[in-house]
Design a protein around this ligand. Structure first.
Ligand SMILES: [Zn+2]
Length: 60
């Protein structure tokens, strides 16, 4: 049985997410990220959230 984890992007608790590096991302955010072009400002937001979460994962 899987344990629900908090998505690093939207903070939603879900079991259908994936671990990207050491960051947990829910299925919705993963899909949205894949559909967001790299030159979209929203893409940078995803990257920022990922970096933030990644740093927290390392230093906590
Ligand atoms: Zn999410």
């Amino acid at each position: 049985m899987k344990t629900p984890e908090c998505c690093s992007i939207c903070s939603k608790k879900t079991e259908d997410g994936i671990h990207l590096l050491r960051v947990y991302i829910c299925g919705d955010c993963e899909k949205e990220m894949l559909e967001t072009p790299a030159d979209d400002p929203k893409y940078q937001f995803f990257i920022d959230q990922m970096n933030k979460a990644h740093r927290t994962a390392i230093y906590s």
